[in-house]
Ligand binder design. Structure first.
Ligand SMILES: [Zn+2]
Length: 171
């Protein structure tokens, strides 16, 4: 669970130490067996674990064969990355409760484990709920399970997160 240093960070961010537990979240250590899965939509190279990457490539190939455009927005993100993301939002005056609806507290993001991908498709802004109306989403719903990818943040999920049709995890 949280180390002493991480507890200090939680106190600094104003996140209750029992937040993860209260919201049914799983603690993930930063992944170590990461491989490059290519650039995301703005050209920054992304990483996933070797196993997740392999399945992500297979899933992509299948999507391409069906003329479906899938683009990666974000793969692995570290504990420290999550801290900075939240800090920047706090600096912009956003309340921690509101931040935690869209960003997991550090340590509880599935992106730390290198098994989560945020997916976008051509012709639509990324990370918006309307992704659910795209043929890419329809394709994922019908096919992603065959590659062991699932969508954990459904509408009214038990984790207190907003509905994230773009967020898929390998497991
Ligand atoms: Zn995500």
């Amino acid at each position: 669970m949280l180390s002493n240093d991480q507890i200090k960070i939680y106190n600094k961010l104003g996140i209750p130490l029992d937040y993860g537990e209260k919201n049914n979240l799983v603690f993930y250590n930063d992944a170590i067996d990461l491989v490059d899965v290519g650039p995301n939509i703005i050209g920054n190279r992304q990483k996933l674990t070797r196993e997740a990457a392999l399945h992500w490539f297979r899933l992509n190939e299948a999507a391409e064969n069906d003329q479906i455009s899938l683009m990666i927005v974000s793969g692995f993100r570290s504990f420290d990355y999550q801290v900075n993301l939240i800090l920047r939002k706090l600096e912009r005056g956003i309340a921690i409760d509101d931040i935690l609806k869209v960003n997991a507290p550090p340590g509880f993001s599935q992106h730390h484990a290198g098994i989560a991908v945020d997916v976008a498709t051509k012709g639509q802004a990324p990370l918006i709920e309307e992704f659910e109306n795209t043929i890419a989403f329809e394709w994922l719903k019908n096919n992603a399970n065959s590659y062991n990818f699932h969508m954990p943040y459904e509408k009214n999920n038990i984790y207190g997160f907003v509905y994230e049709p773009w967020h898929w995890i390998f497991n």
